[in-house]
Design a binder for this molecule. Structure first.
Ligand code: ADP
Ligand code: MG
Length: 965
């Protein structure tokens, strides 16, 4: 056996890999023996292994032999023999770790080893792919191995019919995307019966391209949503006012820019800098401003000026003429003093969220009867709710006017606002921006403001994959993210050596001043390579850029293919040919992933496949993915990235270091530099973005963890009722809980309870159980609280038994199940609605200089307690009001309208991500931004108004249709 260890791997990793050698040796030593088996004896191994497991052997005991069996089967069925490095990879995967194996190393085949082994336990194994096409391809490709050995294999696809889907989960090994697995889990927990569920647990999963799934896609949660009944009048009401403001601000910004240009001509840089900064704050997307910023000196000037004003704490001087201030990076808009006056000239104060805690405390101090204090408190609360809802809508409208451009971020078609996916350029009908932004854009465009949707079920990728007993992953690029894998998923990364050494040459970046110069150089380079015959794979960060380049190449008459992750199967065919002579292939980073690029005839002599990156991505890892497309299995190859100062990475995150260096070098048009200093600055900009994105994912997870505990609790309860065992005892427990909750509310002393206290209890019990209920107690007797509780429980349980007799012993459990599920679903859905609102509203916590996460946890806990009390009360109330067994099937309240999991885009602020934006802002800055326009405020808790109660504002409408919206 040749020793594949190469020195470049860190010593810890080296030790880990060496530690696997004895196992590898065992697998290799078994080969002659296993190879001599007849087909039938080889097939018989599965039954033998299962028997051995039953009689006490462990998976580890049989691992070497099982791996040897899979290797032999692969030879006989699909004509491939697992390389030694694939056996090593298989062991890493078996151990529940991430195997970093470069592109083309054969991860698909490596995964068959642990999948076969663990499937022997008959609990199912999942292999997670990045798209449906790969799920199908890999299940088919590897299928003959499993089938030969008597195992069933299946793959999931979008819109798969229920029966087929259920059968796919019943197979030993199931291939599918994370979206299919995740949404199936959520849908299962809305099912009306056990039979309507498709998954049978979460035993073992291998995630292919694990970084794409667990890192890139984990930035947004999976969400199933459906309609709610909210009304949209506020958007209509506020839109004209905000529009007016936006128009006025635009002319102010234009004036600033005109002045700035004049001042620049006069060489008055100090004043020009101020005007430019003002324009930037008031309209960062202004076309004229962007033109001026094509000159790096101007960018530098703005930065210097901003630094100056921040230092001298006189930034308010810069902002005072503006109605609102936009922060492009943080994607936030803040109304200024002037803006508030502009919106509500008579009463600008109304748009400030006052310190409600103080006001509430003041009321407490007043010498007023309890009812009046309560009434006053409710008044303040509703004022607060109204003000914060209004402010929120104003913010969204301001964003709609100043950050979202028609035909760029969205289009308007048939009276609907449709999102344009920034990454792929595709229209996303049915998908909506979160947090009221979509309604704001609808109001701006004068189309019908659609009803809002609410979350019906949601889970983060992180929490979904934590459900598995054992999780493993594989990819070509994991090592740079090892820390995150370990912290969030408890997954260790092991770098598995390549089968052949990598000889690809990675050239240093080429950097240009402007995008225009860069693209010209790229086209020249492609033309040169093409005339030489060397194939080139060009990577872009978006579909628009791909198409832009495609146009240029067409003009130059260079034949080429374009891929944008739209038609996975077709694109796989195109990319498979990207290694042939003269091939020019343009692709976004996700397009054609998982497809192997083999070199065509004579290409080795030309230097192999060349990778040309047209822009650096958000993470170094994604750049490496692109590079990794070349140089597989010891092939020759090369790579180079092109950049310009106008690239998003530079514009949004590059420090001024880069433009400084460029200026110092006195760069002229069409010149480029390969400076190590600049390259270093670029990777530090990337690290900034990587960190920011990690923070976003961590925060998303912290928020979801609150939801996760609640979801687990409800899903478990739900599943218990679906199983329908010992339901009568469960109902008795609930009766106990309901009585305890009521006792708590009465605030009775621990002892000395008299007939006086007992009277209301008798009434309450009689009302609850819809019959006369007596509590045994003598006229002058004084009893303890415990005793009192016992005396309430006795008749209550009796009432339950009477009810069971009335309904019939057979029917009673079915009725109880029905009512329990109905109560859980109805209340849980309401709770999810409130949680949506809480998450949206929590953004304003940042104004209060508080950690919004702590507030969120606190309030979510209160809501959840309320939820449990309501569920219990509903079950009992309804049970004693029902007289006949319900003959119809329980109608599901889960009307699914949309399932969404935002796609991963570069430098984007899109869709579902909006929903967690407040947290993201908070995380990004380390502390909430302290801004003079942001008033201290605290959300009022306690004394909650019920959603169905009359609204405390006195409108006469129900609270949920009024201020509680
Ligand atoms: P990865 O997912 O690691 O990028 P793939 O699983 O797509 O790689 O495999 C890459 C290519 O290598 C495929 O064309 C496959 O047929 C080939 N391959 C993988 N393992 C072997 C092997 N043991 N023997 C021969 N060819 C192999
Ligand atoms: Mg692969």
């Amino acid at each position: 056996m040749k020793n594949p260890i190469v020195k470049i791997f860190g010593s810890k990793n080296e030790r880990e890999i060496k530690g696997l050698f004895p196992l590898l040796e065992k697998v290799n030593l078994l080969e002659p023996e296993i190879s001599s088996l007849s087909d039938d004896s080889l097939k018989g191994k599965t039954v033998e292994f299962k028997k051995r497991l039953e009689s006490g052997e462990t998976l580890e005991d049989i691992l070497p032999e099982a791996f040897a069996v899979v290797r032999e089967t692969a030879k006989r069925t699909i004509n491939m023999r697992h390389f030694d490095v694939q056996i090593l990879g298989g062991i890493v995967l078996y151990e529940g770790k991430i195997a970093e194996m470069k592109t083309g190393e054969g991860k698909t085949l490596a995964a068959t080893l642990p999948l076969y082994l663990i499937a022997l336990e008959e609990k199912g194994c999942h292999l997670v792919t990045v798209n449906d096409y790969l799920a199908k391809r890999d299940a088919h490709w590897m299928g003959p191995i499993y089938e030969f050995l008597g195992l069933k294999v299946a793959s999931l696809y979008h819109d798969m019919p229920f029966e087929e889907r259920k059968a796919a989960y019943d197979a030993d090994i199931t291939y599918g995307t994370n979206n299919e697995f995740g949404f199936d889990y959520l849908r299962d927990n809305m099912a009306d019966s056990l039979e309507a569920m498709v998954q049978r647990g979460h035993h073992y999963a291998i995630v292919d391209e694990v970084d794409s799934v667990l890192i890139d896609e984990a930035r947004t949660p999976l969400i199933i949503s459906g309609p709610t009944d909210s009304d949209s009048s506020l958007f209509y009401e506020l839109n004209p006012k905000v529009k007016n403001l936006a128009v006025r601000q635009k002319s102010i910004v234009n004036r600033y820019l005109k002045d700035a240009e004049e001042l620049l001509r006069q060489e008055n840089r100090e004043e020009a800098g101020k005007k430019l900064l003002q324009a930037q704050k008031g309209g960062p997307k202004n076309k004229r401003l962007l033109e001026l910023k094509e000159n790096p000196e101007n960018i530098r000037l703005i930065q210097k000026t901003e630094f100056y004003y921040n230092q001298t704490k006189s930034i308010s001087e810069v902002e005072e003429e503006l109605y609102f201030v936009i922060e492009e990076k943080g994607h936030s808009v803040t109304l200024t003093e002037k803006g508030r006056t502009g919106l509500a000239p008579s009463n600008p104060e109304k748009l400030i969220l006052h310190d409600y805690t103080d006001r509430l405390a003041e009321i407490e101090k007043l010498d007023l009867p309890k009812e009046q204090i309560l009434a006053k408190k409710e008044e303040i609360e509703s004022e607060y709710l109204q003000a914060s809802e209004k402010l929120h809508i104003i913010d969204q409208l301001l964003k709609a006017y100043s950050l979202y451009e028609r035909d760029v971020e969205y289009v308007v078609q048939d009276g609907k606002v449709i999102i344009v996916d920034e990454f792929t350029g595709r229209l996303m009908p049915g998908r909506r921006f979160g947090e009221g932004l979509h309604q704001a854009i609808e109001a701006k465009e004068g189309v019908t403001v659609e009803r809002d949707t609410q979350t019906l079920a949601t889970i983060t990728i992180q929490n979904y994959f934590r459900l598995y007993d054992k999780l493993a992953g594989m990819t070509g690029t994991a090592a740079t993210e090892a820390e995150e894998f370990s912290k969030i998923y408890n997954l260790e990364v092991i770098v598995v050596p390549t089968n052949e050494p990598v000889i690809r040459i990675d050239h240093p970046d080429r950097i240009y001043r402007t995008a225009k110069e860069k693209w010209r150089a790229i086209a020249d380079e492609i033309e040169a390579l093409n005339s030489k015959g060397q194939p080139v794979l060009v990577g872009t960060i978006s579909v628009e850029k791909s198409e832009l380049l495609s146009k240029v190449l067409k003009k130059r008459r260079i034949p080429h293919g374009v891929l944008n992750a739209k038609y996975h199967e077709k694109e796989a065919q195109i990319i498979a040919k990207a290694g042939e002579q003269k091939a020019v292939t343009i692709a976004t980073n996700m397009a054609g992933r998982g497809t192997d690029i083999k070199l065509g005839q004579g290409v080795t002599e030309l230097g192999g496949l060349h990778i040309l990156g047209t822009e650096r991505h958000e993470a170094r890892r994604i750049d490496n993915q692109l590079r990794g497309r070349s140089g597989r299995q010891g092939d020759p190859g090369s790579s180079r990235f092109y950049m310009s100062l106008e690239d998003d990475l530079m514009r949004l995150f590059g420090s001024d270091k880069i433009s400084n260096v460029m200026l110092k070098m006195g760069m002229e048009e069409n010149q480029n530099i390969d400076s190590p200093l600049v390259t270093k600055a670029i990777s530090s900009a990337q690290k900034k973005v990587e960190n920011r994105n990690f923070e976003i994912r961590k925060h998303l997870l912290e928020y979801d963890n609150v939801m996760n505990d609640q979801r687990n609790y409800i899903y478990t309860k739900r599943a218990e009722f679906l199983e329908n065992l010992n339901i009568s005892e469960k109902i008795d427990e609930i009766i106990e809980d309901v009585i305890d909750a009521q006792l708590e509310e009465w605030e009775l002393p621990k002892s000395g309870i008299t007939t006086q206290d007992i009277e209301p209890a008798v009434l309450w019990l009689s009302d609850l159980f819809k019959k006369e209920i007596g509590i045994d107690v003598n006229g002058d007797e004084e009893i303890s609280l415990d005793e009192f509780r016992e005396r309430m429980l006795r008749p209550a349980f009796e009432a339950h038994r009477d009810k069971t007799t009335e309904l019939g012993e057979d029917m009673a459990p079915r009725v109880e199940q029905f009512l329990a599920l109905q109560a859980i679903d109805k209340r849980w859905k309401e709770h999810l609605y409130e949680m949506d609102g809480l998450r949206e509203g929590i953004g304003y916590q940042a104004y209060a200089q508080k950690d919004p996460l702590i507030e969120y946890k606190f309030q979510a806990f209160n809501l959840f307690q309320e939820l449990i009390i309501n569920i219990n009360a509903d079950i009992i109330k309804n049970l004693f009001r029902v007289h006949l067994a319900p003959s119809v099937q329980r109608p599901s309240i889960w009307r699914i309208k949309n399932t969404q999991h935002e796609e991963y885009g570069q430098y984007g602020h899109f869709g579902g991500r909006q929903q967690y934006e407040p947290a993201e802002q908070y995380a990004g800055g380390g502390a909430p931004p302290s801004h003079q326009n942001r008033e201290r405020v605290q959300v009022v808790v306690g004394q909650k108004v019920g959603r169905n109660d009359p609204c405390p504002c006195g409108s006469g409408k129900k609270y949920k249709y009024c201020c509680g919206r």
